[in-house]
Design a binder for this molecule. Structure first.
Ligand code: CO
Length: 469
């Protein structure tokens, strides 16, 4: 009897998560474009290439217009779907935005080339996904809702299956288990995927990181249990804090009912292209080889890779690098005080920074950044577990926390942003760059104008030389 074929679908992350995880999101559009035609020929289910930290990093560090990058990628990828990562009501920033900004951002993302939008909330508060999911449905994008995976008393199989059912009702086209810290172990994945398969008809995408060393095995067990899609990165930018290698997963499933059908020779050409980019990044220090090994401690501290490197730099700035271990031990305690949220942007930064401050100031919650206060005021949404009441009292005093969907209290913001950035505006999308990162965008707009003036005067120069009057 023939076994039913069920090829596993591959999402290639080399243009987004892989370089975000390994080389501080510094891959430029120029580095991407020469290989895109070959990537388009592979037969990936999708290429993740936008969103997450790429937007901020393009504007801030690379002085590139992220929208321009998206349009160039769209023009070059003729067959393959483009995917982005979207932080629900936080869009690609670190705070909640009004619904009009969220809707407009979704609309422009699709208009500029995005086919699949993966939407998540750092607290798994589904109310924070409503607006973006509705907007993405309206734009007829494929809407994937991602659950931020984490461990803790509250995160039982019932929790995951219950939330998966609600996601299906919300209008998602697929579900992703987003395991940003590499906490999902192979046999837990088997259980989890099995349970999800029973409660929802939606395709299941597993996204994990290699950080703790178990990721390839987690994919194997997930696929055997019915997962439909896995996220992988081309080998030069795979492993460590990035994803399992594309070529390895393709080979693993060859000749089985899950055979991806992807051509290893063609994949090798793409790997050859990225290999020198990896080497250069190692030489320049952009890719710290420390993140390439296996770090089983992530299972103990449950901290995503990006967060660890942030902690190190915060401690360095404070001249207290020797407190690293203390901070690692403080993180689970702060997380508990804060209602045990998953640790992913922006909750990872908030819990991380608070832990650093608790340790270096010598007294817990003596120094409290405004984001910690916002969490305790309910302004990021609802956590799975209640806050520690004593800590909450210490942080917010007599202020009254909110219990509604946080964005219900934010009036429309677009008109004001339009006004503020009018003098720099060259395209509709500029207001969105400005809305998310006002200072960074303004600097970018100034840089862009300066570049254009330079080009204009060169053209004028050449012209005047060619046609003397
Ligand atoms: Co990731």
């Amino acid at each position: 009897m023939a076994i039913e074929k069920k090829p596993v679908k591959i999402v290639e992350t080399v243009l987004r998560d892989a370089h975000q995880s390994l080389m501080a999101t510094r891959m430029t559009t120029e580095q991407m474009l020469p290989i895109v035609e070959k990537m388009d020929d592979i037969g990936y289910y999708a290429v993740e290439c936008w969103g997450g930290a790429t937007f901020d990093a393009s504007l801030r560090f690379l002085k590139e217009d992220p929208w321009e990058r998206l349009r160039k990628l769209k023009a070059a990828f003729k067959k393959t779907k483009l995917q982005m990562l979207f932080r629900g009501q936080n869009i690609l920033g670190y705070n909640h935005y009004a619904d009009d900004v969220v809707e407009y951002f979704v609309q422009k993302s699709v208009a500029n080339g995005i086919d699949i939008i993966r939407i998540f909330d750092c607290l798994n508060d589904l109310r924070n996904l409503q607006t973006s999911v509705r907007a993405a449905n309206k734009e007829q994008a494929h809407v994937q809702i991602a659950l931020s995976y984490t461990l803790g008393d509250a995160y039982t199989l019932e929790y995951w299956t219950d939330i998966a059912k609600r996601i299906e009702e919300m209008g998602a086209d697929s579900i992703c288990i987003k395991d940003m810290a590499g906490l999902l172990t192979p046999y837990t994945a088997q259980e989890l995927v099995g349970a999800l398969k029973e409660c929802t008809k939606l395709p299941i995408n597993i996204h994990t990181h290699y950080t703790s060393g178990v990721a390839s095995m987690t994919y194997l067990k997930s696929v055997e249990s019915g997962a439909d899609i896995i996220d992988t990165a081309m080998s030069p930018l795979a492993l460590g804090t990035s994803q399992p290698a594309t070529e390895v997963m393709v080979e693993t499933f060859r000749g089985t009912p899950y055979d991806t059908g992807l051509d290893q020779t063609k994949l090798a050409e793409i790997a050859d292209y990225f290999a020198p980019i990896r080497e250069d990044a190692i030489k320049s220090g952009l890719l710290n080889t420390k993140v390439l090994g296996v770090n089983i401690k992530t299972l103990q501290y449950q901290v995503p890779g990006g967060m660890l490197s942030n902690l190190v730099s915060q401690l360095k700035e404070a001249g207290q690098e020797d407190k690293y271990r203390e901070v690692l031990e403080e993180i689970p305690r702060v997380r508990k005080d804060f209602g045990e949220p998953p640790l992913v942007t922006p909750s990872s930064q908030i819990v991380g920074t608070q832990s650093v401050l608790n340790v270096i100031s010598g007294e817990r919650y003596k120094m409290v950044p405004k984001e910690s206060k916002k969490i305790m005021l309910g302004e990021f949404g609802q956590t799975v577990k209640p806050f520690n009441p004593e800590v909450q009292k210490k942080i917010i005093g007599d202020e009254k926390p909110i219990t509604c969907r946080p964005a219900d209290l934010i009036p429309p913001q677009l008109p004001q942003f339009e006004k503020e950035c009018a003098q720099w505006k060259q395209q509709d999308e500029d207001v969105l760059s400005y809305a998310l990162f006002p200072k960074v965008a303004e600097e970018f707009f100034k840089y862009r104008e300066a570049q254009q003036t330079k080009v204009d005067s060169t053209v004028a120069d050449t012209a005047s030389k060619a046609y003397p009057v």
